[in-house]
Write a protein that binds this ligand. Sequence first.
Ligand SMILES: O=c1ccn([C@@H]2O[C@H](COP(=O)(O)O)[C@@H](O)[C@H]2O)c(=O)[nH]1
Length: 224
Amino acid sequence: MSSRIYVALDLPRLDDARALATRVRHHVGGLKLGLEFFCANGPAGVHAMAELGLPIFLDLKLHDIPNTVAKAVQSLASLEPAVLTVHAAGGRAMMEDAKAAAPTGTKVVAVTMLTSLDERDLADTGVAGSAHDHVVRLAELAQEAGIDGIVCSGAEVVAAKASWRDGFFVVPGVRPVNGAAGDQKRVVTPRQAADAGASILVVGRPITQADDPDGAARAIAGTL
Ligand SMILES: O=c1ccn([C@@H]2O[C@H](COP(=O)(O)O)[C@@H](O)[C@H]2O)c(=O)[nH]1
């Protein structure tokens, strides 16, 4: 079985991203390319990374009116990403149209509440209540919209999964025991994410900024 770990290659230079992916490729199940990489390297950069032979997770977190998101998804279709993200806050119609526009083999997953946010941040944006309730509410909306799954913290997977057994659950904000959280506020260890039932664990800086990225990826994989 391939690893559930996807390494987040948040790097602007294609050569650096390719070199890092080549070093860790035997310990991860896929490559996550986000805004930093995509803004710097575009679709050609994604094609270049796909040549390494690992599934590509395109984490662009699309969030706009339904027509605009659907057209963006169509424009990305030739990249055939294994996973593509939109924001659940874009609403039911936006998620429905994103799924309808995506290639058959692409899982469309919705970011519920960024793992860099906590309840105080939610309140600042006018949303009352707990992170748990907010994620569960948006997970229900995503499921009703017919998409494949959600992105949430490891702390919310069990609750969201209770009514979505076959959903695809992506967990970022993953830190090894005693690892620096940085800007992440809702973090879990790799073991906790796996035990909660995460389909994919997204790990970036604990691997990419390690002195020995290969060893860091191997050590994290070894805890699962
Ligand atoms: O809620 C979310 C959604 C996406 N991300 C992305 O995951 C990685 C995490 O990187 P680390 O270096 O391991 O913190 C990054 O690419 C984010 O854009 C997230 O963190 N939280």
